[in-house]
Ligand binder design. Structure first.
Ligand SMILES: Cc1ncc(COP(=O)(O)O)c(C=O)c1O
Length: 389
């Protein structure tokens, strides 16, 4: 086996989830998804699509109507113009990220990644034979911010891409306009492409939407935006996402995708069109639901001694730092054993995530209430002598 592939480590999230599944009464808050089923109008659309004969291959980049619907949604939400040929449907945001990083990074190259971050970036870069340079967010008490100087210092002549995810998994941090402007300027100064992962763009709490990097970078040869249906429409298992960039980049990416996954499932693409056209009320309700869950989490953890909780501005994760925890993986295992609550260790998101835990608050009210009671009880009883100390 090639070392680039065999060196990929199983996600600690999978390990925690597997252990939780074997425990009766456990609560799984370790994955990035809600426990709500996909909306009925989307399921019906898939059913109808199957019966209407949408059961054949489509163009690798997706059916024309889907690419049009995505381009239309980008215009409607972000006020930027992308043609359908500048959009490519993918098997989840995952595929878009992977194929983009494979296309950009090779042996001898590096990718600069704003961290803590979803582990797909470092793993895709590793599978490409490249080097990841993780640049930690600055943590000022209970606030994260982008350290632009540090980011720029990490770039050298071998840097091919700058990866940023806002709203962020796992921190809930959302880029400010100044940070977006600064990042765009750095990328332009060094001639580096930006990969902007915007899968949580709709899940924001204090604004209607997270502004896309496409508002700041006009040159579509220098920006690849990744998005997904997974989080916006509770369609994680359906595997539908997209990439947007210049026509020439999109053509390069779909030529490669042809021999990796080919097109996303035809039936799912049709359901995606219906979600985009008729999903606004659904998204509004979802945001209200997650805002209430965020309020529950911040009320329970925000003032707990020994816990520093940066307020999540978007996505559906809380990423508290727990005083005394230096091995979050051991802490997560002990927490699961003692309380049945499965969370993700901060270390799963890179070295700068160590000392924190990630709790996904996308579940229903009763589940979050129960999980928080158990977690707060555990933190209060273990005090400063915590596992992982
Ligand atoms: C930041 C981020 N990007 C991309 C993805 C991939 O999502 P999907 O492949 O389901 O679209 C996830 C999933 O958790 C994520 O958190």
């Amino acid at each position: 086996m090639r070392p680039e592939i065999s060196a990929v480590v199983e996600s600690p999230l999978v390990q925690i989830a597997t252990a939780a599944e074997a425990m009766p009464g456990s609560i799984k808050l370790c994955y990035g998804e809600s426990d709500m089923p996909t909306a009925d109008f989307i399921c019906r659309a898939a059913d109808e699509a199957a019966r209407a004969g949408h059961t054949f291959y489509t163009h690798t980049a997706g059916a024309p109507e889907l690419r049009e619907a995505i381009a239309g949604k980008i215009r409607e939400l972000q006020g930027v113009s992308y043609r359908p040929s500048e959009v490519m449907a993918t098997v989840g945001g995952t595929m878009a990220i992977h194929v983009a990083l494979r296309a950009l990074v090779g042996r001898g190259d590096n990718a600069v990644i704003v961290s803590p971050a979803y582990s797909i970036y470092v793993n895709s870069v590793a599978m490409s034979g490249g080097e990841s340079r993780q640049v930690p967010l600055a943590a000022n008490g209970a606030r994260f911010s982008l350290d632009l100087d540090r980011l720029e210092r990490a770039i050298d002549a071998h840097t091919r891409v700058l990866v940023v995810n806002s709203p962020s998994n796992p921190t809930g941090w959302m880029m400010t306009a100044d940070e977006q402007r600064g990042l765009a300027a750095i990328a332009a100064r060094h001639g580096v492409t930006v990969l902007s992962d915007e899968v949580y763009e709709r899940l924001t709490f204090d604004t209607d939407i997270a502004p896309s990097m496409a508002r700041w970078i006009d040159d579509k040869d220098r920006l690849i935006v990744v998005n997904s249906f997974s989080k916006t429409y509770n369609m994680t298992g359906w595997r539908l996402g997209w990439a947007q960039a210049s026509e020439s980049i999109i053509r390069t990416l779909y030529k490669a995708a042809e021999f990796i996954t080919s097109n996303p499932a035809s039936i799912v693409q049709q359901a995606g069109i219906v979600a985009l056209r008729g999903g606004e009320d659904y998204v509004r309700d979802l945001r209200t639901h997650y805002a209430a869950r965020r309020a529950q989490v911040t009320a329970a953890l925000g003032t707990l001694p020994g816990v520093v909780l940066p307020e999540p501005m978007g996505a559906f994760y809380a990423f508290p730092r727990i005083a005394g925890v230096t091995d979050s993986t051991t802490f997560a295992a002990e927490l699961l054993r003692a309380t049945g609550v499965a969370i993700a260790p901060g270390a799963a998101f890179g070295p700068s995530g160590e000392g924190s835990i990630r709790l996904c608050f996308a579940a229903g009210e009763a589940t979050i209430t129960e999980a928080l009671e158990r977690l707060v009880g555990y933190l209060s009883s273990t005090g400063p002598r915590r596992p992982g100390l």
